[in-house]
Write a protein that binds this ligand. Sequence first.
Ligand SMILES: CC(C)(COP(=O)(O)OP(=O)(O)OC[C@H]1O[C@@H](n2cnc3c(N)ncnc32)[C@H](O)[C@@H]1OP(=O)(O)O)[C@@H](O)C(=O)NCCC(=O)NCCS
Length: 271
Amino acid sequence: MDIDDDQARDDLGRLSAQMMAIVARSAAVHDGREPGTDDMVARGDCAAEKFLLRWRGEADPDHVKAIDTYWICTAEHGMNASTFTARVTASTGADCGAALSSAVGALSGPLHGGAPARVLPMLDEVARTGDPDAYVRQILSEHGKIMGFGHRVYRAEDPRSRILKRTAKELGSPRYEVAEALEEAALAALREYKPDYVIATNVEFYSAVVLDVAQVPPDLTPAMFACARVAGWSAHILEEKRTGRLVRPSARYIGPETQSLSELGGAPVPS
Ligand SMILES: CC(C)(COP(=O)(O)OP(=O)(O)OC[C@H]1O[C@@H](n2cnc3c(N)ncnc32)[C@H](O)[C@@H]1OP(=O)(O)O)[C@@H](O)C(=O)NCCC(=O)NCCS
Protein backbone atom coordinates (compact mmCIF):
# COMPACT_ATOMS: atom_id res chain seq x y z
CA MET A 1 0.00 0.00 0.00
CA ASP A 2 2.85 2.34 0.90
CA ILE A 3 4.83 1.22 -2.16
CA ASP A 4 3.80 1.33 -5.81
CA ASP A 5 3.83 -1.54 -8.32
CA ASP A 6 7.28 -0.70 -9.72
CA GLN A 7 8.81 -0.55 -6.28
CA ALA A 8 7.16 -3.88 -5.32
CA ARG A 9 8.51 -5.49 -8.52
CA ASP A 10 12.04 -4.26 -7.79
CA ASP A 11 11.83 -5.39 -4.17
CA LEU A 12 10.61 -8.86 -5.15
CA GLY A 13 13.30 -9.25 -7.82
CA ARG A 14 16.01 -8.33 -5.32
CA LEU A 15 14.55 -10.50 -2.54
CA SER A 16 14.27 -13.52 -4.90
CA ALA A 17 17.98 -13.30 -5.71
CA GLN A 18 18.85 -12.66 -2.06
CA MET A 19 16.90 -15.74 -0.98
CA MET A 20 19.24 -17.98 -3.03
CA ALA A 21 22.34 -16.09 -1.86
CA ILE A 22 21.32 -16.35 1.81
CA VAL A 23 20.64 -20.10 1.53
CA ALA A 24 23.91 -20.73 -0.35
CA ARG A 25 25.94 -18.70 2.17
CA SER A 26 24.25 -20.39 5.14
CA ALA A 27 24.98 -23.81 3.63
CA ALA A 28 28.65 -22.84 3.13
CA VAL A 29 28.95 -21.65 6.74
CA HIS A 30 27.25 -24.86 7.90
CA ASP A 31 29.86 -26.87 5.95
CA GLY A 32 32.65 -24.78 7.49
CA ARG A 33 33.81 -23.27 4.19
CA GLU A 34 34.11 -19.76 2.80
CA PRO A 35 31.20 -18.90 0.45
CA GLY A 36 32.21 -18.50 -3.21
CA THR A 37 33.22 -14.97 -4.25
CA ASP A 38 31.21 -12.74 -6.61
CA ASP A 39 33.77 -13.48 -9.37
CA MET A 40 33.21 -17.22 -9.00
CA VAL A 41 29.42 -16.79 -9.00
CA ALA A 42 29.54 -14.62 -12.13
CA ARG A 43 30.86 -17.65 -14.07
CA GLY A 44 27.56 -19.51 -13.58
CA ASP A 45 25.16 -19.74 -16.55
CA CYS A 46 21.95 -20.39 -14.64
CA ALA A 47 20.56 -19.77 -11.14
CA ALA A 48 21.34 -23.33 -10.01
CA GLU A 49 24.97 -23.07 -11.16
CA LYS A 50 25.42 -19.67 -9.50
CA PHE A 51 23.86 -21.08 -6.32
CA LEU A 52 26.31 -24.00 -6.23
CA LEU A 53 29.28 -21.73 -6.97
CA ARG A 54 28.27 -19.51 -4.04
CA TRP A 55 27.78 -22.53 -1.78
CA ARG A 56 30.73 -24.73 -2.76
CA GLY A 57 32.95 -22.68 -5.04
CA GLU A 58 32.38 -25.36 -7.72
CA ALA A 59 29.39 -26.70 -9.61
CA ASP A 60 29.28 -30.33 -10.73
CA PRO A 61 27.14 -30.40 -13.93
CA ASP A 62 24.98 -33.28 -12.59
CA HIS A 63 24.29 -31.28 -9.43
CA VAL A 64 23.39 -28.25 -11.55
CA LYS A 65 20.96 -30.34 -13.60
CA ALA A 66 19.38 -31.83 -10.46
CA ILE A 67 18.78 -28.45 -8.81
CA ASP A 68 17.77 -26.71 -12.05
CA THR A 69 15.14 -29.37 -12.81
CA TYR A 70 13.88 -29.29 -9.23
CA TRP A 71 13.62 -25.48 -9.20
CA ILE A 72 11.79 -25.36 -12.53
CA CYS A 73 9.30 -28.01 -11.36
CA THR A 74 8.54 -26.22 -8.09
CA ALA A 75 8.64 -22.52 -9.00
CA GLU A 76 4.85 -22.02 -8.96
CA HIS A 77 1.81 -24.14 -8.16
CA GLY A 78 -1.40 -22.15 -7.83
CA MET A 79 -3.08 -21.41 -4.53
CA ASN A 80 -1.13 -23.74 -2.23
CA ALA A 81 -0.86 -23.02 1.51
CA SER A 82 2.28 -20.86 1.41
CA THR A 83 1.10 -18.87 -1.62
CA PHE A 84 -2.23 -18.24 0.07
CA THR A 85 -0.36 -17.10 3.19
CA ALA A 86 1.76 -14.70 1.11
CA ARG A 87 -1.39 -13.29 -0.47
CA VAL A 88 -3.11 -12.79 2.88
CA THR A 89 -0.10 -10.85 4.19
CA ALA A 90 0.20 -8.83 0.96
CA SER A 91 -3.52 -7.99 1.16
CA THR A 92 -2.92 -6.16 4.45
CA GLY A 93 -0.60 -3.70 2.67
CA ALA A 94 2.47 -5.21 4.39
CA ASP A 95 5.75 -4.91 2.50
CA CYS A 96 7.10 -7.62 0.16
CA GLY A 97 9.63 -8.94 2.70
CA ALA A 98 6.83 -9.50 5.23
CA ALA A 99 4.69 -11.34 2.66
CA LEU A 100 7.63 -13.60 1.70
CA SER A 101 8.53 -14.28 5.35
CA SER A 102 5.03 -15.45 6.20
CA ALA A 103 5.05 -17.71 3.11
CA VAL A 104 8.32 -19.28 4.30
CA GLY A 105 6.69 -20.08 7.65
CA ALA A 106 3.75 -21.85 6.00
CA LEU A 107 6.04 -23.71 3.60
CA SER A 108 8.14 -25.18 6.41
CA GLY A 109 5.44 -27.53 7.73
CA PRO A 110 5.74 -31.30 7.07
CA LEU A 111 2.44 -31.41 5.14
CA HIS A 112 3.84 -28.81 2.68
CA GLY A 113 7.50 -27.98 1.93
CA GLY A 114 8.83 -29.83 4.96
CA ALA A 115 7.86 -33.19 3.40
CA PRO A 116 11.07 -34.00 1.41
CA ALA A 117 13.20 -33.72 4.57
CA ARG A 118 11.19 -36.66 5.87
CA VAL A 119 11.46 -38.78 2.71
CA LEU A 120 15.18 -39.66 2.90
CA PRO A 121 14.89 -41.16 6.42
CA MET A 122 12.11 -43.40 5.02
CA LEU A 123 14.41 -44.52 2.20
CA ASP A 124 17.20 -45.21 4.69
CA GLU A 125 14.90 -47.35 6.78
CA VAL A 126 13.71 -49.35 3.75
CA ALA A 127 17.32 -49.80 2.59
CA ARG A 128 18.18 -51.08 6.07
CA THR A 129 15.28 -53.55 6.39
CA GLY A 130 14.97 -54.48 2.70
CA ASP A 131 11.19 -54.74 3.21
CA PRO A 132 9.27 -51.73 1.81
CA ASP A 133 5.94 -53.50 2.10
CA ALA A 134 6.24 -54.13 5.85
CA TYR A 135 7.52 -50.57 6.35
CA VAL A 136 4.55 -48.81 4.72
CA ARG A 137 2.00 -51.16 6.30
CA GLN A 138 3.48 -50.43 9.72
CA ILE A 139 3.03 -46.67 9.14
CA LEU A 140 -0.56 -47.11 7.99
CA SER A 141 -1.42 -49.45 10.89
CA GLU A 142 -0.47 -46.59 13.22
CA HIS A 143 -2.49 -44.09 11.09
CA GLY A 144 0.74 -42.33 10.18
CA LYS A 145 1.41 -40.51 6.90
CA ILE A 146 3.69 -41.85 4.16
CA MET A 147 5.57 -38.70 3.20
CA GLY A 148 5.64 -37.77 -0.47
CA PHE A 149 2.19 -39.24 -1.19
CA GLY A 150 -1.22 -37.59 -1.44
CA HIS A 151 -2.33 -34.18 -2.57
CA ARG A 152 -5.20 -31.86 -1.76
CA VAL A 153 -5.97 -31.22 -5.44
CA TYR A 154 -4.55 -34.07 -7.58
CA ARG A 155 -6.47 -37.33 -7.62
CA ALA A 156 -3.72 -38.89 -9.74
CA GLU A 157 0.08 -38.91 -9.89
CA ASP A 158 1.52 -35.39 -9.63
CA PRO A 159 2.91 -34.73 -13.15
CA ARG A 160 6.02 -33.11 -11.65
CA SER A 161 6.81 -36.39 -9.90
CA ARG A 162 7.28 -38.15 -13.24
CA ILE A 163 9.79 -35.54 -14.44
CA LEU A 164 11.76 -35.68 -11.19
CA LYS A 165 11.73 -39.50 -11.19
CA ARG A 166 13.18 -39.53 -14.72
CA THR A 167 15.83 -36.99 -13.71
CA ALA A 168 16.80 -39.07 -10.65
CA LYS A 169 17.25 -42.10 -12.95
CA GLU A 170 19.17 -40.21 -15.64
CA LEU A 171 21.54 -38.79 -13.04
CA GLY A 172 22.19 -42.26 -11.61
CA SER A 173 20.80 -41.62 -8.13
CA PRO A 174 22.18 -44.26 -5.74
CA ARG A 175 18.74 -44.23 -4.03
CA TYR A 176 16.69 -44.69 -7.21
CA GLU A 177 16.03 -48.40 -6.78
CA VAL A 178 15.03 -48.20 -3.15
CA ALA A 179 12.81 -45.18 -3.92
CA GLU A 180 11.06 -47.05 -6.71
CA ALA A 181 10.53 -50.09 -4.47
CA LEU A 182 9.10 -47.90 -1.70
CA GLU A 183 6.88 -46.04 -4.19
CA GLU A 184 5.44 -49.31 -5.54
CA ALA A 185 4.80 -50.67 -2.04
CA ALA A 186 3.27 -47.37 -0.84
CA LEU A 187 0.92 -47.05 -3.81
CA ALA A 188 -0.31 -50.64 -3.38
CA ALA A 189 -0.81 -50.25 0.39
CA LEU A 190 -2.53 -46.85 0.02
CA ARG A 191 -4.94 -48.30 -2.57
CA GLU A 192 -6.01 -50.93 -0.02
CA TYR A 193 -6.02 -48.42 2.85
CA LYS A 194 -8.27 -45.89 1.05
CA PRO A 195 -9.97 -47.73 -1.84
CA ASP A 196 -12.30 -44.79 -2.57
CA TYR A 197 -9.69 -42.01 -2.37
CA VAL A 198 -6.71 -41.84 -4.72
CA ILE A 199 -3.48 -41.13 -2.83
CA ALA A 200 -0.66 -41.01 -5.39
CA THR A 201 2.99 -39.92 -5.54
CA ASN A 202 3.36 -36.16 -5.07
CA VAL A 203 6.18 -33.80 -6.06
CA GLU A 204 8.01 -34.16 -2.74
CA PHE A 205 8.90 -37.84 -3.02
CA TYR A 206 11.28 -37.67 -5.99
CA SER A 207 12.27 -34.09 -5.09
CA ALA A 208 14.03 -35.60 -2.10
CA VAL A 209 15.80 -38.14 -4.35
CA VAL A 210 16.85 -35.52 -6.92
CA LEU A 211 18.15 -33.10 -4.28
CA ASP A 212 20.06 -35.97 -2.74
CA VAL A 213 21.86 -36.43 -6.09
CA ALA A 214 23.10 -32.83 -5.67
CA GLN A 215 24.20 -33.71 -2.11
CA VAL A 216 21.70 -31.35 -0.54
CA PRO A 217 21.23 -32.50 3.08
CA PRO A 218 17.59 -33.21 4.11
CA ASP A 219 17.40 -30.30 6.56
CA LEU A 220 18.21 -27.87 3.73
CA THR A 221 15.34 -29.08 1.50
CA PRO A 222 12.65 -26.66 2.79
CA ALA A 223 15.05 -23.76 2.08
CA MET A 224 15.69 -25.14 -1.43
CA PHE A 225 11.94 -25.23 -1.97
CA ALA A 226 11.66 -21.60 -0.80
CA CYS A 227 14.36 -20.55 -3.32
CA ALA A 228 12.19 -21.94 -6.13
CA ARG A 229 8.77 -20.91 -4.91
CA VAL A 230 9.81 -17.30 -4.34
CA ALA A 231 9.06 -16.82 -8.07
CA GLY A 232 5.46 -17.97 -7.70
CA TRP A 233 4.97 -16.10 -4.42
CA SER A 234 6.25 -12.90 -6.03
CA ALA A 235 3.77 -13.08 -8.93
CA HIS A 236 0.90 -13.68 -6.49
CA ILE A 237 2.02 -10.87 -4.16
CA LEU A 238 2.10 -8.39 -7.06
CA GLU A 239 -1.36 -9.49 -8.18
CA GLU A 240 -2.77 -9.31 -4.64
CA LYS A 241 -1.32 -5.86 -4.02
CA ARG A 242 -3.04 -4.63 -7.17
CA THR A 243 -6.46 -5.67 -5.86
CA GLY A 244 -5.88 -3.47 -2.79
CA ARG A 245 -8.48 -5.51 -0.95
CA LEU A 246 -7.97 -7.05 2.50
CA VAL A 247 -8.42 -10.85 2.70
CA ARG A 248 -10.72 -11.42 5.67
CA PRO A 249 -12.43 -14.84 5.81
CA SER A 250 -15.31 -15.32 8.22
CA ALA A 251 -15.66 -18.23 10.64
CA ARG A 252 -18.83 -19.95 11.84
CA TYR A 253 -18.92 -20.63 15.57
CA ILE A 254 -19.93 -24.26 16.23
CA GLY A 255 -19.09 -24.50 19.96
CA PRO A 256 -21.49 -24.81 22.91
CA GLU A 257 -24.46 -22.46 23.23
CA THR A 258 -24.28 -19.64 25.80
CA GLN A 259 -23.46 -21.02 29.26
CA SER A 260 -23.67 -19.38 32.64
CA LEU A 261 -20.49 -18.94 34.69
CA SER A 262 -21.80 -21.40 37.32
CA GLU A 263 -22.22 -24.10 34.61
CA LEU A 264 -18.58 -23.49 33.69
CA GLY A 265 -17.52 -23.90 37.36
CA GLY A 266 -16.70 -20.21 37.87
CA ALA A 267 -17.63 -17.97 40.83
CA PRO A 268 -21.29 -16.75 40.89
CA VAL A 269 -21.74 -13.34 39.26
CA PRO A 270 -22.94 -10.74 41.85
CA SER A 271 -26.36 -9.37 40.85
C1 LIG B 1 -0.86 -33.56 1.27
C2 LIG B 1 -2.01 -34.03 2.15
C3 LIG B 1 -2.12 -33.15 3.39
C4 LIG B 1 -3.28 -33.88 1.33
O1 LIG B 1 -4.27 -34.45 2.04
P1 LIG B 1 -5.79 -34.50 1.55
O2 LIG B 1 -5.90 -35.06 0.19
O3 LIG B 1 -6.41 -33.20 1.81
O4 LIG B 1 -6.40 -35.56 2.45
P2 LIG B 1 -6.48 -35.68 4.01
O5 LIG B 1 -5.27 -35.18 4.72
O6 LIG B 1 -7.81 -35.13 4.43
O7 LIG B 1 -6.49 -37.25 4.07
C5 LIG B 1 -7.61 -38.07 3.67
C6 LIG B 1 -7.34 -39.44 4.24
O8 LIG B 1 -6.24 -40.03 3.54
C7 LIG B 1 -5.15 -40.27 4.43
N1 LIG B 1 -3.90 -39.89 3.78
C8 LIG B 1 -3.67 -38.85 2.93
N2 LIG B 1 -2.40 -38.83 2.54
C9 LIG B 1 -1.80 -39.86 3.18
C10 LIG B 1 -0.46 -40.34 3.21
N3 LIG B 1 0.50 -39.75 2.51
N4 LIG B 1 -0.20 -41.41 3.98
C11 LIG B 1 -1.17 -42.01 4.70
N5 LIG B 1 -2.44 -41.61 4.71
C12 LIG B 1 -2.75 -40.54 3.96
C13 LIG B 1 -5.41 -39.38 5.64
O9 LIG B 1 -4.81 -39.88 6.81
C14 LIG B 1 -6.92 -39.38 5.72
O10 LIG B 1 -7.34 -40.55 6.34
P3 LIG B 1 -8.62 -40.54 7.36
O11 LIG B 1 -9.77 -40.11 6.49
O12 LIG B 1 -8.71 -41.95 7.83
O13 LIG B 1 -8.30 -39.56 8.42
C15 LIG B 1 -1.82 -35.50 2.58
O14 LIG B 1 -1.90 -36.34 1.45
C16 LIG B 1 -0.52 -35.74 3.32
O15 LIG B 1 -0.45 -35.46 4.52
N6 LIG B 1 0.56 -36.26 2.63
C17 LIG B 1 1.83 -36.51 3.27
C18 LIG B 1 2.65 -35.23 3.39
C19 LIG B 1 3.17 -34.74 2.06
O16 LIG B 1 3.73 -35.49 1.27
N7 LIG B 1 2.98 -33.43 1.82
C20 LIG B 1 3.41 -32.78 0.62
C21 LIG B 1 2.22 -32.40 -0.22
S1 LIG B 1 2.66 -31.83 -1.83
